[in-house]
Design a protein around this ligand. Sequence first.
Ligand SMILES: NC(=O)c1ccc[n+]([C@@H]2O[C@H](COP(=O)([O-])OP(=O)(O)OC[C@H]3O[C@@H](n4cnc5c(N)ncnc54)[C@H](O)[C@@H]3O)[C@@H](O)[C@H]2O)c1
Length: 309
Amino acid sequence: MAKILVTGGAGFIGSHTVDRLIEEGNEVVVIDNLSTGFLKNLNEKSIFFNVDIRDRKRLKEIFEKYKFDFVFHFAAQINVRKGEEDPFFDVDVNVFGLLNLLEELKKNPPKKIIFSSTGGVMYGMPDIYPTPESVEPFPTCIYAISKLTCEKLLYAYWKNYDINFVALRYGNVYGPRQNYLSEAGVIAIFISRIIESKECVIFGDGEQTRDFIYVDDVVDVNMLFMKNELNGIFNIGTGVETTVNRIFDIIKENIKMDCKKVYGPPKKGEPRRSCLSIEKVKNLTGWFPKYSIEEGIKKTIEWFLSQNQ
Ligand SMILES: NC(=O)c1ccc[n+]([C@@H]2O[C@H](COP(=O)([O-])OP(=O)(O)OC[C@H]3O[C@@H](n4cnc5c(N)ncnc54)[C@H](O)[C@@H]3O)[C@@H](O)[C@H]2O)c1
């Protein structure tokens, strides 16, 4: 049994990862300030601290009490648009939050940190699709610049203090428990709006593409990277591009409710295309995503409907 810290463990991806870690017999400590996460997501077998990762004093107390074998770092300001509105807040949570953890962890290095980075906006507007990790990132939004800075910090602490790490550059993750109020996650937003008999707003012409990956596939790969010896940066997606219009249509085909859409002005600065090459992770680990977008959306709809009964 390993002792594992999960920051952001009351959030969407974090809570699914906590469930799997506990299922596999590990002891899990969660740090989360519940800003976008929920107590109802929290596994009752986890040890929970309602703490902000910017609170160095409280972090120090936790790290004095526990020595961790592994750390999953999910806690973050995750909203790209909010990052533009308040860049100081984004950098404060995303960059200084990680630095606070690293400064504690270097006293007692864990076997590995598994960091959730972004693939969706990391590369800016690259020339190559699906985009491999070898393309140099030139992000144009604060959120991705923070995540890139985090990757550099992790690299330096690996080299200087032997803290192994992986930065997993996720595509657009979707599935049960995604917070549809946070303005991130078009699938959760569309489904919840349809259930509330509201229209879905598509920004721009809807032909922008994203690489959508189902949360169970992400949890599988998170577990794999905890157990293997690999360090460094990996894209985690499907290698498949799906348009927002297609997402709306798949939901419409499966939800069997009245679905209305309207088109709004495009959001400035958002990439037209996003699709990740997953050759590196496939070749080095054998992992590949199991869920098609249709299967994943069906499961997500089922969950959202079950919450409204
Ligand atoms: N969902 C995606 O498509 C996606 C894509 C790429 C990367 N990521 C990354 O994955 C991670 C998890 O994202 P998610 O989609 O599960 O989002 P989420 O909002 O559901 O989870 C984030 C969690 O962190 C907590 N948190 C936020 N600020 C905190 C702070 N200052 N101190 C302590 N806790 C704090 C929130 O309460 C929440 O529970 C994030 O780092 C995000 O940047 C997500």
